[in-house]
Design a protein around this ligand. Structure first.
Ligand code: ATP
Ligand code: MG
Length: 299
């Protein structure tokens, strides 16, 4: 019997790769907190939304048990624990609500540099070291490959050198760790990034409303993350040359400056507005170019 809560509780990583970006993203949604002395709990001040700071592996379980309402965690962790539950015939208790655009990485199979990779069948009868046994087993089954899964909690990349396994299945971002260990990635099991996770079933009314509010703010925050507002002037006849240079912009607002051909334009660009782009726009006839940061957006 869990007592009724009227505050929303979000689990995030206490320290590690996702800790800072998760807090920064929530702060950009207007959340602020008072931190407890033991640094495990942050009490929401601007909204009744509190944070629980935990190991990332604990986040799906905290959602499943209803201790937390939402969590920010790598898709790899969520999918691994989801697959594990499924393999034990347990009902799904949590799911991905939305991707958050940071913490990107892949769950890859990697083999020694010297291997001439022919395909998954090559793993037949081999040992594969991983911290993701459920995802790896599911993949091996789908590929119809009979390999032995060697479970390691860390330093998976040195397993081949230690003779514990022939191949590995691990998270890769730049690939530098792999090549430092004379391994090469050969196939991807999962494209991962940080995600907002929540219960498979709907939240109750009060917390559901808070979760909706947060998700609407996240929509806005994620849309403007790389967006800039571009202001410039141009004469009407160069517009056909200018607009193709703004493929990532929403339909620009166009204002007539006087009775003549002069226009003032305002375009919200979702891609990077580099010096090079500004120079191209200028060559195509744009004048008085100005790039402004976008602080907030509510569609
Ligand atoms: P915790 O102490 O919370 O258990 P951890 O050591 O399990 O931390 P981190 O190494 O901080 O976790 O990684 C957290 C998440 O960051 C990963 O689950 C993954 O989603 C993401 N990530 C992004 N790039 C990488 C990478 N190159 N290696 C590992 N994780 C990565
Ligand atoms: Mg962890």
């Amino acid at each position: 019997n869990t007592p009724v809560r009227d505050r929303l509780r979000i689990a995030i990583q206490k320290s590690g790769r996702l800790a800072e970006p998760a807090r920064a993203l929530l702060a950009s949604c207007g959340l602020s907190w008072r931190e407890s002395r033991d640094r495990l709990f942050c009490y929401g001040e601007s909204l009744p939304i509190d944070l629980l700071l935990v190991r990332d592996d604990d986040i799906p379980g905290l959602i499943a048990d209803g201790v937390c309402d939402l969590g920010i965690v790598g898709r790899n962790v969520l999918e691994e624990q989801g697959s594990e539950r499924a393999s034990l015939d347990r009902a799904p208790a949590f799911r991905e609500y939305r991707a958050l655009g940071f913490g990107g990485c892949r769950l890859d199979i990697a083999v020694p540099d010297g291997w001439d990779w022919q395909g998954p069948q090559q793993l037949d009868g081999k040992r594969i070291a991983t911290s993701y046994p459920a995802l790896l087993s599911r993949w091996l089954k789908a590929q119809n490959v009979d390999a032995q899964v060697v479970l390691l909690s860390g330093s998976v990349e040195i397993a081949p050198r230690l003779g514990q396994a022939e191949a590995i299945c691990d998270l890769v971002s730049s690939g530098a760790t792999l090549s430092a260990n004379q391994l090469k990635p050969v196939t991807t099991l999962l494209q991962s990034e940080a995600v907002l996770a929540g219960p498979a079933d709907a939240l109750d009314a009060t917390r559901g409303e808070l979760a909706d509010l947060l998700q609407r703010r996240l929509d806005g925050a994620l849309r403007i993350r790389h967006s800039k507002l571009l202001l410039f002037q141009a004469s009407r006849r160069v517009l056909p040359d200018l607009l193709p240079l703004l493929p990532d912009a929403e339909t620009p607002t166009v204002m007539r400056l006087d009775d003549g051909d002069d226009l003032a334009l305002q375009a919200l660009c979702h891609g990077a507005v580099t010096w090079q782009r500004l120079e191209e726009l200028k060559r195509a006839g744009a004048r008085g170019l100005m790039v402004l940061p976008v602080e907030g957006m509510l569609a």
